[in-house]
Design a protein around this ligand. Sequence first.
Ligand code: PEP
Length: 250
Amino acid sequence: MRKKIVAGNWKMHKNAEQTEDLLNELIAKMPTETDAQVIVAPTFVNLASAVDHLEFTNIDVAAQNVHQAEAGAFTGEISADMLKSVGVNTVILGHSERRAIFHETDALIANKVDTALEHDMTVIFCFGEELKDRQSKSHFNIVENQLKDGLFHIQANQWENVVLAYEPVWAIGTGETASPEQAQEMHEFIRQTVRTAFGIEIADNVSILYGGSVKPDNAKEIFSKPDVDGGLIGGAALKAEDFVAIVKAI
Ligand code: PEP
Protein backbone atom coordinates (compact mmCIF):
# COMPACT_ATOMS: atom_id res chain seq x y z
CA MET A 1 0.00 0.00 0.00
CA ARG A 2 1.19 3.51 -0.78
CA LYS A 3 2.72 5.06 2.34
CA LYS A 4 3.20 8.66 3.42
CA ILE A 5 6.87 9.15 4.24
CA VAL A 6 8.97 12.02 5.54
CA ALA A 7 12.70 11.29 5.42
CA GLY A 8 15.49 13.55 6.66
CA ASN A 9 18.83 13.43 4.86
CA TRP A 10 21.39 14.79 7.31
CA LYS A 11 24.23 14.69 4.74
CA MET A 12 27.68 15.36 6.30
CA HIS A 13 26.28 17.16 9.33
CA LYS A 14 26.23 16.40 13.08
CA ASN A 15 28.96 14.69 15.07
CA ALA A 16 28.16 11.99 17.64
CA GLU A 17 27.07 14.37 20.38
CA GLN A 18 25.06 16.57 18.02
CA THR A 19 23.40 13.48 16.56
CA GLU A 20 22.30 12.37 20.01
CA ASP A 21 21.00 15.85 20.81
CA LEU A 22 18.98 16.08 17.61
CA LEU A 23 17.56 12.58 18.07
CA ASN A 24 16.54 13.42 21.63
CA GLU A 25 14.78 16.55 20.44
CA LEU A 26 13.04 14.63 17.67
CA ILE A 27 11.88 11.95 20.09
CA ALA A 28 10.52 14.60 22.44
CA LYS A 29 8.70 16.58 19.76
CA MET A 30 7.56 13.95 17.24
CA PRO A 31 3.82 13.23 17.29
CA THR A 32 3.31 9.61 18.34
CA GLU A 33 0.24 9.30 16.19
CA THR A 34 1.14 10.12 12.64
CA ASP A 35 0.12 8.44 9.41
CA ALA A 36 3.56 9.05 8.03
CA GLN A 37 6.60 6.84 8.27
CA VAL A 38 9.40 9.03 9.63
CA ILE A 39 13.00 8.28 8.65
CA VAL A 40 16.30 9.97 9.52
CA ALA A 41 19.59 9.41 7.71
CA PRO A 42 22.58 10.42 9.87
CA THR A 43 26.17 9.86 8.74
CA PHE A 44 27.61 6.34 8.63
CA VAL A 45 29.55 6.63 11.90
CA ASN A 46 26.43 7.56 13.83
CA LEU A 47 24.06 4.98 12.36
CA ALA A 48 24.54 2.27 14.99
CA SER A 49 23.98 4.66 17.88
CA ALA A 50 20.96 6.18 16.09
CA VAL A 51 19.40 2.73 15.69
CA ASP A 52 19.90 2.05 19.42
CA HIS A 53 18.60 5.44 20.38
CA LEU A 54 15.44 5.15 18.28
CA GLU A 55 14.67 1.52 19.14
CA PHE A 56 11.38 2.15 20.93
CA THR A 57 10.24 5.08 18.82
CA ASN A 58 8.33 5.47 15.56
CA ILE A 59 11.40 6.89 13.79
CA ASP A 60 13.39 4.68 11.40
CA VAL A 61 17.02 5.02 10.34
CA ALA A 62 18.43 5.06 6.81
CA ALA A 63 21.95 5.19 5.39
CA GLN A 64 22.90 7.82 2.82
CA ASN A 65 24.78 5.41 0.56
CA VAL A 66 26.05 1.86 0.19
CA HIS A 67 28.77 0.22 -1.88
CA GLN A 68 27.65 -2.17 -4.58
CA ALA A 69 30.10 -4.97 -3.74
CA GLU A 70 29.55 -7.55 -1.01
CA ALA A 71 33.00 -6.98 0.53
CA GLY A 72 36.59 -6.50 -0.55
CA ALA A 73 39.42 -4.06 -1.07
CA PHE A 74 37.34 -0.89 -1.29
CA THR A 75 38.99 1.49 1.16
CA GLY A 76 36.56 3.85 2.80
CA GLU A 77 33.40 2.09 1.64
CA ILE A 78 30.50 0.49 3.51
CA SER A 79 28.64 -2.67 2.48
CA ALA A 80 24.96 -3.57 2.70
CA ASP A 81 25.80 -6.40 5.08
CA MET A 82 27.53 -3.93 7.42
CA LEU A 83 24.49 -1.66 7.40
CA LYS A 84 22.13 -4.54 8.07
CA SER A 85 24.36 -5.80 10.88
CA VAL A 86 23.76 -2.57 12.83
CA GLY A 87 20.03 -2.59 12.13
CA VAL A 88 19.85 -0.25 9.13
CA ASN A 89 17.33 -1.52 6.60
CA THR A 90 16.89 1.50 4.35
CA VAL A 91 19.32 3.33 2.08
CA ILE A 92 19.16 6.52 0.03
CA LEU A 93 20.62 5.95 -3.46
CA GLY A 94 21.18 8.19 -6.46
CA HIS A 95 21.13 11.46 -4.56
CA SER A 96 22.08 14.34 -6.86
CA GLU A 97 25.15 15.09 -4.72
CA ARG A 98 26.35 11.50 -5.21
CA ARG A 99 25.70 11.86 -8.95
CA ALA A 100 27.34 15.28 -9.37
CA ILE A 101 30.18 15.34 -6.82
CA PHE A 102 31.06 11.65 -6.69
CA HIS A 103 30.32 10.94 -10.37
CA GLU A 104 27.82 8.15 -9.73
CA THR A 105 26.32 7.07 -13.03
CA ASP A 106 22.94 5.50 -13.68
CA ALA A 107 24.73 2.17 -14.25
CA LEU A 108 26.53 2.34 -10.90
CA ILE A 109 23.34 3.34 -9.12
CA ALA A 110 21.58 0.40 -10.77
CA ASN A 111 24.24 -1.90 -9.28
CA LYS A 112 23.79 -0.38 -5.86
CA VAL A 113 20.02 -0.80 -6.16
CA ASP A 114 20.53 -4.51 -6.88
CA THR A 115 22.85 -4.99 -3.94
CA ALA A 116 20.53 -3.20 -1.53
CA LEU A 117 17.44 -5.09 -2.73
CA GLU A 118 19.27 -8.43 -2.57
CA HIS A 119 19.89 -7.62 1.09
CA ASP A 120 16.18 -6.92 1.62
CA MET A 121 16.83 -3.26 2.18
CA THR A 122 14.38 -0.54 1.20
CA VAL A 123 15.81 1.81 -1.42
CA ILE A 124 14.92 5.50 -1.52
CA PHE A 125 15.78 6.10 -5.17
CA CYS A 126 16.56 9.77 -5.91
CA PHE A 127 16.49 11.37 -9.32
CA GLY A 128 15.66 14.72 -10.88
CA GLU A 129 16.61 17.14 -13.57
CA GLU A 130 19.07 20.04 -13.47
CA LEU A 131 18.05 23.63 -14.19
CA LYS A 132 19.42 23.51 -17.73
CA ASP A 133 17.21 20.46 -18.44
CA ARG A 134 14.11 22.30 -17.34
CA GLN A 135 15.11 25.40 -19.29
CA SER A 136 15.57 23.32 -22.42
CA LYS A 137 12.28 21.51 -21.69
CA SER A 138 13.99 18.12 -21.55
CA HIS A 139 13.15 17.53 -17.88
CA PHE A 140 10.59 14.80 -18.57
CA ASN A 141 13.07 12.95 -20.78
CA ILE A 142 15.87 13.23 -18.24
CA VAL A 143 13.68 11.96 -15.41
CA GLU A 144 12.36 9.08 -17.52
CA ASN A 145 15.90 8.05 -18.49
CA GLN A 146 17.16 8.18 -14.92
CA LEU A 147 14.31 5.93 -13.85
CA LYS A 148 14.76 3.50 -16.72
CA ASP A 149 18.55 3.32 -16.50
CA GLY A 150 18.86 3.21 -12.73
CA LEU A 151 15.79 1.30 -11.60
CA PHE A 152 13.56 -0.26 -14.20
CA HIS A 153 15.65 -3.43 -14.49
CA ILE A 154 14.25 -4.67 -11.15
CA GLN A 155 11.61 -7.39 -10.87
CA ALA A 156 7.97 -6.56 -10.20
CA ASN A 157 8.11 -8.13 -6.72
CA GLN A 158 11.01 -5.87 -5.72
CA TRP A 159 8.94 -2.70 -6.01
CA GLU A 160 7.55 -3.18 -2.51
CA ASN A 161 11.04 -2.23 -1.27
CA VAL A 162 11.37 0.88 -3.41
CA VAL A 163 10.45 4.48 -2.62
CA LEU A 164 10.92 7.13 -5.30
CA ALA A 165 12.24 10.60 -4.46
CA TYR A 166 11.90 13.20 -7.19
CA GLU A 167 14.39 15.94 -6.42
CA PRO A 168 14.86 18.66 -9.03
CA VAL A 169 18.54 19.57 -8.63
CA TRP A 170 17.81 23.28 -8.99
CA ALA A 171 15.65 23.12 -5.86
CA ILE A 172 18.08 21.25 -3.59
CA GLY A 173 19.63 23.46 -0.93
CA THR A 174 18.83 26.57 -2.95
CA GLY A 175 15.74 27.78 -1.13
CA GLU A 176 13.93 27.59 -4.45
CA THR A 177 11.14 25.02 -4.33
CA ALA A 178 9.25 23.54 -7.22
CA SER A 179 5.74 24.92 -7.10
CA PRO A 180 3.13 22.43 -5.90
CA GLU A 181 1.86 22.35 -9.50
CA GLN A 182 5.32 21.60 -10.92
CA ALA A 183 5.79 18.85 -8.33
CA GLN A 184 2.38 17.32 -9.06
CA GLU A 185 2.94 17.49 -12.82
CA MET A 186 6.22 15.59 -12.53
CA HIS A 187 4.97 13.11 -9.93
CA GLU A 188 2.00 12.30 -12.14
CA PHE A 189 4.37 11.76 -15.06
CA ILE A 190 6.58 9.51 -12.91
CA ARG A 191 3.63 7.42 -11.76
CA GLN A 192 2.44 7.13 -15.35
CA THR A 193 5.93 6.03 -16.44
CA VAL A 194 5.94 3.32 -13.76
CA ARG A 195 2.42 2.29 -14.79
CA THR A 196 3.40 1.90 -18.44
CA ALA A 197 6.38 -0.29 -17.56
CA PHE A 198 5.09 -2.27 -14.55
CA GLY A 199 1.32 -1.94 -14.42
CA ILE A 200 -1.29 -0.10 -12.45
CA GLU A 201 -0.92 -1.90 -9.13
CA ILE A 202 2.78 -1.16 -8.72
CA ALA A 203 2.31 2.42 -9.91
CA ASP A 204 -0.54 3.06 -7.48
CA ASN A 205 1.35 1.54 -4.55
CA VAL A 206 4.74 3.18 -4.93
CA SER A 207 5.37 6.22 -2.73
CA ILE A 208 6.80 9.21 -4.58
CA LEU A 209 8.48 11.78 -2.34
CA TYR A 210 9.31 15.33 -3.34
CA GLY A 211 12.67 16.80 -2.31
CA GLY A 212 14.04 20.29 -2.77
CA SER A 213 13.89 23.08 -0.18
CA VAL A 214 10.83 21.72 1.62
CA LYS A 215 10.29 23.86 4.70
CA PRO A 216 7.56 24.09 7.35
CA ASP A 217 5.89 26.94 5.45
CA ASN A 218 5.62 25.21 2.07
CA ALA A 219 5.27 21.55 3.07
CA LYS A 220 1.51 21.46 3.48
CA GLU A 221 0.77 22.79 0.02
CA ILE A 222 3.24 20.45 -1.68
CA PHE A 223 2.03 17.42 0.31
CA SER A 224 -1.58 18.20 -0.56
CA LYS A 225 -1.02 17.20 -4.18
CA PRO A 226 -2.45 13.77 -5.01
CA ASP A 227 0.74 12.20 -6.36
CA VAL A 228 3.06 13.62 -3.69
CA ASP A 229 3.37 11.05 -0.91
CA GLY A 230 5.78 12.91 1.32
CA GLY A 231 9.19 14.49 1.26
CA LEU A 232 12.92 13.96 1.36
CA ILE A 233 14.19 16.81 3.47
CA GLY A 234 17.74 18.19 3.63
CA GLY A 235 18.39 21.47 5.42
CA ALA A 236 15.13 21.53 7.37
CA ALA A 237 15.84 18.02 8.73
CA LEU A 238 18.69 19.43 10.83
CA LYS A 239 16.37 21.40 13.10
CA ALA A 240 13.99 19.28 15.15
CA GLU A 241 11.33 21.95 15.22
CA ASP A 242 11.30 22.32 11.42
CA PHE A 243 11.42 18.60 10.70
CA VAL A 244 8.60 17.86 13.12
CA ALA A 245 6.54 20.69 11.61
CA ILE A 246 7.04 19.09 8.18
CA VAL A 247 5.95 15.70 9.54
CA LYS A 248 2.86 17.37 11.01
CA ALA A 249 2.14 19.00 7.65
CA ILE A 250 1.54 15.61 6.13
C1 PEP B 1 18.18 16.87 -0.30
O1 PEP B 1 19.38 17.05 -0.18
O2 PEP B 1 17.74 15.73 -0.55
C2 PEP B 1 17.30 18.01 -0.12
C3 PEP B 1 16.07 17.91 -0.51
O3 PEP B 1 17.87 19.14 0.44
P1 PEP B 1 17.10 20.52 0.82
O4 PEP B 1 15.84 20.13 1.51
O5 PEP B 1 18.06 21.23 1.70
O6 PEP B 1 16.85 21.22 -0.47
